[in-house]
Design a protein around this ligand. Structure first.
Ligand code: SF4
Length: 369
């Protein structure tokens, strides 16, 4: 499973919100070290022969503003999700406002997210059960993500399908996490990534929405391929996320690891296992990328997009988008040809980018007012 869209077409088109990856929004909270026990994460054993799962990625930490021009520091973020970066494809400025002013998020977007979560959760439960595991530290929370990855690697290696596959990587010096909807093998033996997008309207998405979906899927492949090539240094969990290697894992996490076939007592034990598994796995790079669009109410298939991967394109886009997070450039709103997006944007009344462009002679901006 993995949520994405669904919802009001007008809202979808207007806000670009619908296709955000709710599998990543479903991510578990990360209690800070020393927090009291918190039953926040879940991890499931394989159902039948297929993959166990699932603690989702991340709830990003926010707090008081520092005097900094680096958005990662301003927002107190140790990592980004694929969802964060994909949102920049639609409108980077809107993504910034959503983070700065979450109270302005339209209620219909919350409905869209919740609906998407339910649909994707239902799909996920077709493959495996979810188990709630109490966590007592940030290391526990990340341990569950790593455990899910270890379990799914072995399921995938055995030739089975997995859902909600976590991916991690360091891009442009920033730790990035994501959750792939589904990975499985085609009859020809190709490794296929399938991204499910449910839609409120019984129609295929606009070109602008497809563009964002395409980037999201490209980014998943980018991260996955690097991981199975052994490019993910386990130390990056410690250095980027400031996790403590010797932190003992909570009893429920250790027990869940044991049930999955791993004996671990502290976070670095898991990282060693991860390093071993990624170094020695013979899982190939993803061969085939597709996005499946489904009508939310009827479940009818709306269409499937098979994507031709372009590594140079995704690499250039990642560099451009992450430059904002590193404070190397200011955030940008939409270009003039996409001014129609402003018409329904929840932030159009306060958007300085739009106001700055409103005097533009371009017809599109006049129409967006
Ligand atoms: Fe982006 Fe337009 Fe919304 Fe500003 S008003 S945040 S430019 S979509």
């Amino acid at each position: 499973m993995s949520g994405r869209d669904s919802g009001l077409e007008e809202a979808e088109t207007a806000s670009g919100f619908s296709d955000l990856s709710d599998s990543e929004f479903l991510q578990i909270e990360e209690p800070e070290a020393g927090d009291s026990e918190k039953p926040s994460s879940s991890l499931g054993p394989p159902a039948e022969s297929e993959g166990g799962d699932v603690a989702k990625g991340s709830v990003l930490e926010t707090g008081k503003r520092k005097r900094s021009h680096v958005p990662l520091e301003i927002f107190h973020l140790r990592y980004l999700s694929v969802t964060d970066i994909s949102a920049q494809v639609w409108c980077e400025q809107q993504m910034v406002y959503r983070r700065e002013l979450p109270d302005l998020t339209p209620p219909e977007n919350i409905v869209l997210l919740n609906t998407g979560k339910s649909i994707h959760l239902a799909r996920e439960l077709e493959d495996h059960d979810l188990v709630t595991v109490s966590t007592t530290s940030r290391e526990d929370s990340w341990a569950i993500k790593v455990l899910n990855l270890l379990v799914m690697l072995s399921v995938l290696q055995a030739g089975h399908r997995v859902r909600e596959f976590p991916v991690f990587g360091v891009l442009e010096d920033i730790f990035v996490v994501g959750v792939i909807d589904q990975l499985g093998y085609t009859p020809k033996g190709e490794l296929e990534l399938n991204e499910l997008k449910t839609r409120n309207n019984a129609s295929m998405p606009s070109a602008a929405q497809k563009k964002r979906d395409r980037f999201q899927v490209f980014l998943y492949k980018y991260l996955f391929d690097a991981m199975v090539r052994g490019c993910l240094a386990p130390d990056s969990f410690l250095q980027r996320l400031h996790l403590r290697p010797e932190q003992p894992l909570g009893p429920q996490v250790q027990e869940q690891a044991r049930k999955s076939g791993f004996t671990v007592s502290c976070f670095c034990d898991l990282l060693e296992l991860l390093s071993l598994n990624l170094t020695h796995c013979d899982i190939p790079a993803i061969d085939r990328l597709q996005i499946e669009y489904v009508h939310q109410d009827s479940g009818a298939a709306l269409g499937t997009e098979v994507l031709a991967y372009d590594q140079d394109e995704v690499g250039a886009a990642v560099r451009y988008f992450l430059a904002y997070w590193k404070g190397q450039r200011d955030s940008r709103g939409v270009d003039v040809e996409d001014a129609w997006k402003c018409r329904y944007c929840a932030y159009s009344g306060i958007c300085e980018w739009r106001m700055g462009k409103a005097g533009s002679p371009a017809e599109q901006w006049k129409k967006s007012k």
